[in-house]
Design a protein around this ligand. Structure first.
Ligand code: PMP
Length: 424
């Protein structure tokens, strides 16, 4: 009752109209729900999210990943409540920020030091800047189709176009194809003298690394003095408690984390080897190598409190294993449904995520994911949302420790019906 009392008495269609009056496209960012079901969220609880019209959904968007222990986990709420009463922003050091930094250094294989930022895009931006400062080189190798945030150096050359980036930034990017070991090694060899870094998502969107791919990147970058950056924004604490580094046993020089480590508040991080991270140290002796970094909300105590509580829940004995078991049940059920329906598809996803690709071909080839029928996927989204399952199928199913077997079974049943409706 306390929740419903705080909800303004209005409807989704009225709110959507109001959003269109004051925000471009009536949207927060680039994500839009299928227009037939556009809805407005009022609150979340556990694995569920509720809209202002009172409809309940099993939530697989999970705030685009951060809500890995579900909405309003009691431990997260308690930690936030305690911190709110101590103040929400200091700018200077806090016990909360220091504790989160320690927790990240303990959990992340490559992390000797960390710096906290407010968003993932900032983290990849700083990782690239550190790599340039450390090597005295300008260029970054990025994989086509990878996403590392919205800034110019991350968007250019990725195959995801945006207007408004300076043409000159193009000159700082070199691209290769994810999982193409020989091709990538050739690009690295050709550009070795100019390359500051190779940045890679250990699992690129949903495509897992071909055996030997990450190892080959590690070997070639070490040999040429190039900084290897893992962007673990999605994979961190989600494919494995030690991220892609733990799952695949390859340790990068730097890594960027976000989403789960902020527990649903604005927090991300750059982590890595002390010698590289020291470029971010304003007290360093060699001032010429100093990489300026600042942000009003860096290490915000409220966000850090949510992050610590989230890691507490995830790292409880057996919690992550159970999350993976439930996620695997979803992957298996989706796969079986597609097989029975005779629809050619791949089910991808490691750890606590799942993705459906409507395409045949090599699942390690990123072209397979790129070829997945986008019309079918967005039609399915609408059918699923109608049936009380909130998912962004062109991206993936994100799962949380709050999702149970019944949720997953209901989801598989709804997927079967949605598939029939969308392909009829
Ligand atoms: N890197 C990856 C791999 C991501 O998935 C994202 C966000 N989806 C980012 C970077 C950017 O993070 P943010 O949206 O917090 O800026």
């Amino acid at each position: 009752s306390t929740i419903t009392e705080t909800i303004a008495p209005t409807t989704a269609s009225e709110l959507v109209r109001r959003a269109r009056r004051v925000m471009p496209g009536g949207l927060l960012g680039s994500y839009a729900m299928p227009s037939s079901v556009e809805t407005v969220i009022s609150h979340g609880q556990g694995a569920r999210i509720f809209d202002v019209d009172g409809k309940s959904y099993i939530d697989y968007i999970l705030g685009s990943g951060p809500m890995i222990v579900g909405h309003c986990h009691p431990k997260v709420v308690e930690a936030l409540d305690k911190q709110v009463r101590r103040g929400t922003q200091y700018y200077t050091l806090s016990d909360t920020a220091i504790e989160l930094a320690e927790r990240l250094v303990d959990a992340i294989p490559c992390a000797e030091h960390v710096k906290l930022t407010s968003s993932g895009a900032e983290a990849t931006f700083y990782a690239m800047r550190v790599a340039r400062a450390a090597t005295g080189r300008d260029k970054i190798l990025k994989f086509k189709g990878a996403y590392h945030g919205h800034h110019d150096y991350a968007m250019t050359g990725s195959g995801m176009s945006t207007a408004g980036t300076p043409a000159a930034v193009d000159q700082t990017l070199v691209t290769a194809t994810y999982n193409d070991i020989e091709g990538t090694l050739a690009v690295i060899a050709d550009n070795a003298a100019d390359l500051a870094a190779v940045i890679v998502e250990p699992v690129q969107r949903n495509t897992p690394p071909r055996p030997g791919f990450l190892e080959a990147l590690r070997e070639a970058t070490s040999r040429h003095g190039i900084v290897l950056i893992f962007d673990e924004m999605v994979t961190g604490f989600r494919v494995h408690l030690e991220g892609g580094q733990g799952l695949y046993g390859v340790t990068p020089d730097l890594a960027t984390y976000g989403k789960a480590i902020g527990g649903g508040l604005a927090l991300a991080a750059v982590a890595g080897r002390e010698s590289l991270m020291d470029h971010l140290n304003p007290r360093r002796n060699d001032k010429s190598g100093y990489v300026y970094m600042s942000g009003t909300l860096n290490g915000n105590p409220l966000a850090a409190a949510a992050g610590i509580a989230t890691l507490d829940v995830l790292q409880e004995s057996g919690a992550f294993e159970q999350l993976v078991t439930v996620s695997r049940r979803l992957r298996d059920g989706l796969g079986q449904t597609l097989t029975e329906a005779g629809v050619p598809a791949h089910i991808l996803g490691e750890g606590a995520m799942a993705a459906v690709l409507f395409a045949e071909g090599d699942p390690f080839d990123p072209a397979t994911a790129a070829a997945s029928d986008p019309t079918l996927r967005s039609r399915l989204d609408a059918e699923m949302i109608e049936r009380g399952i909130l998912v962004n199928l062109p991206a993936k199913f994100y799962l949380s420790t709050a999702h149970n077997e019944q949720d997953v079974d209901d989801t598989i049943a709804a997927f079967g019906e949605s598939l029939a409706a969308a392909t009829k």
